[in-house]
Design a protein around this ligand. Structure first.
Ligand code: PLP
Length: 227
């Protein structure tokens, strides 16, 4: 299938579920991103700060750039002027730095808190207790230049569909629980659940995803393994 066919197919799919497509373009050359842009893609996801900043420089300015990978505090400054959404925030320390850099740029930066939902040791993310501790933290209440707009999660990399489904369902339930009491939390307006990748986006949408992050099913396989 051509790039255009892939994009059209995903756009049709996400529309059915009232979901958004984040085209994950990490490791791919800007020419290919430009081609995807010409076929209507406006949200791109990257997982490396330097690559993200370089692509931002040369591509059209109406693109929404999402940082989807693990972000180190000392690199926030490079993307703070332009990034639309940071998906994988999992510490107060990182939020503090994002808030500081957002303020310097006169912006409010939207963030998702990454939850650990997979049955795997290696993935980043918070558990529910850590999440509540963060949202109730006094220092967090002062971060006026960030807004927490939802949650992000990565399911276990397994063929067991029921397991993946139940992990996504757990994230959706937690999201609803928080949304119901969001007035109690400062700097929060829960509207997004970022879940689903090439291997499990269908299940994720069925379970209530509002943003799927799809790379290889749109752009083809990556040449090197990247997180
Ligand atoms: C690479 C990546 C994706 C996309 O993975 P595919 O399997 O290629 O769709 C989604 N989310 C995150 C956090 C990633 O790093």
């Amino acid at each position: 299938m051509s790039l255009k066919e892939n994009i059209d197919r995903f756009n049709n799919e996400v529309e059915k579920y009232n979901c958004k497509l984040v085209a994950v373009s990490k490791t791919k050359p800007v020419e290919l991103l430009q081609e995807a842009y010409d076929h209507g893609v406006r949200i791109f996801g990257e997982n490396k700060v330097q690559e993200l900043a370089q692509k931002f420089e040369v591509l059209p300015k109406d693109i929404e750039w999402h940082m989807i990978g693990h972000l180190q505090s000392n690199k926030v400054k490079y993307i703070a002027p332009f990034v639309s959404l940071i998906h994988a925030v999992d510490s107060l320390k990182l939020l503090k730095e994002i808030n500081k850099r957002a303020k310097q740029n006169n912006r409010v930066i939207n963030c998702l808190l990454q939850m650990h939902i997979a049955d795997e040791e290696t993935k980043f993310g918070l558990d529910k207790a850590e999440l509540l501790e963060l949202l109730n933290n006094d220092e967090f209440a002062q971060f006026e230049n960030i807004k927490i707009v939802g949650l992000m999660g990565m399911a276990t990399n397994t063929d067991n569909e029921e397991q993946v489904r139940s992990e996504f369902r757990g994230l959706k339930n937690l999201f609803e629980e928080l949304k119901a009491q969001e007035n109690n939390f400062p700097n929060c307006a829960f509207s997004e659940i970022s879940m689903g990748m090439s291997g499990d986006y269908q299940i994720a949408m069925e379970e209530g995803s509002t943003m799927i992050r799809v790379g290889s099913s749109i752009f083809g396989h990556r040449n090197y393994q990247s997180q």
